[in-house]
Design a binder for this molecule. Sequence first.
Ligand code: BGC
Length: 527
Amino acid sequence: LLLLMCSIANSHTGKGQESMEKLIRQNAFERDRFYYDEFPENFGWGTATAAYQIEGGWNAAGKGESVWDDFTHRMPCWFLRNQTGDVTCDSYHKFDDDLAIIKELGLSHYRFSISWSRIFPDGKNTSGPLPDGVRYYNEVINKLLAANVEPMVTLFHWDLPQALQDEFGGFNSSEVVPHFLNYADFCFRTFGDRVKYWFTFNEPYSYCMLGHGLGVSAPGKCVDWLNLSNNFGDRGEGVYYAAHSIIKSHAQAYHIYNNTYRQTQQGQIGITLNTNWVEPSEATDLDHIEASQRSLAFSTGWFAEPIFNSGDYPDVMRWNVGNRSEYYNVNPDRLPKFTKKEKELNKATSDFFGLNHYTSNLIVPCSYYPVDGPTYDSDQVSLSSEKGIFAFLTHKGLSIQWPGSASSWLYQVPWGIRKLLIWIKRTYGDPVVYITENGISEHDYDGLEDDIRVNYYKDYIDEVLKAINEDDVKVKGYTAWSLMDNFEWAEGYSERFGLHWVNFTDPERPRIPKKSASYYKSLAESG
Ligand code: BGC
């Protein structure tokens, strides 16, 4: 049975497989025991942020509007107390304050993103580069390096220039690709003498799902059945088109870096994907395991399979989306096809696996799914199953009680990260992994004594250590989310993920360390 369970995951054999088998047999006491050991020498300790969430200065010095500027201004009622990222932590004017707390934490790395429309206001090379945007990021990079902190730079953390959204429908159209490549090329050329870690896209899954599928995030395109006023009429199409353009953009940006800059700049380039671990509710039941693998294929595999493995989408996506399209007699190319050449170009285009991980889901296969017609969610349901397996449920439908957080979706399941790391090792050819985000939210009134965050980091980071030492997963660095409280997208300032508390009603936006900051500092210091 165990052999079958392992082969179902399209896995590589070796240490990862042994580890997963061992974990399946563990009881809760063995699973949760604290593991004492040290992180490898040169392990990178950092924190992460994103431009729209911390910078403010939304229209400073000629900066163009991004889809998030547009979304928050156009639909204020969508956000608690009409909150926006117009000012947020004001890092655009206060990077020195950020630097001070980065130094105080003793970090070796800092991950931040560049705002595309601060460099090219309408996203195209004809509109820039804006000198002030270039100055700002040069200063950030230079000051970090002077403080012995390695910059890790994300090119796209969801803030597409609005002009490209207006003209092309954003990533819904592949016409955006050359503009992304121009922007990426400019950044490599301008900052790459000093930046040695590049991330093309942050969490394309979330951008496509939340922005082009559900419509709860910018650019706010959503499915019919939600019946929102900004309805784009997406019937499980736009969400796949957006992902398709993003994968093409990523792969081509990788090749630009590889062919033109790598030799002289000696850096690395990759992508950051987000994944919840999906735990089968019956660990040894094949139907449950298959449901878990299907869910992982639709989330992580959607991007990782083209980039790390075959160059194309996972078979189960092709099969399920194809079947449902036929059943409903809709566009058979909703999940677009890559040409042979594109598949070759997609393959092996990430020097590492950038992983954002926060939580896990528990899954059961079941025989009912509430949505009729093709949508990204209903596409995951197998129409053809002989066993009546149709859908996934998360833990919410089950009796399991995992401790929560201020975010409805975030439950604390430390062992989930270890299983996920083993799964990534087995499924994607044992890549080097950078954990580019991990963290927990509290409510805005929870204050500085954030024991919940101290415990979360203690337990999650210990599971990462187990994965490194006991399962041979090549995790080389960890950047906690987040350096400080910031604009948490559709949740505004009501959910705080920071190691530092920010007073958003004080014009000075002081950054005040929480208890977790001193805990994280002690980790970074001890290695
Ligand atoms: C995103 C961050 C976000 C965090 C917490 C990640 O999905 O990359 O921008 O703030 O999760 O929700």
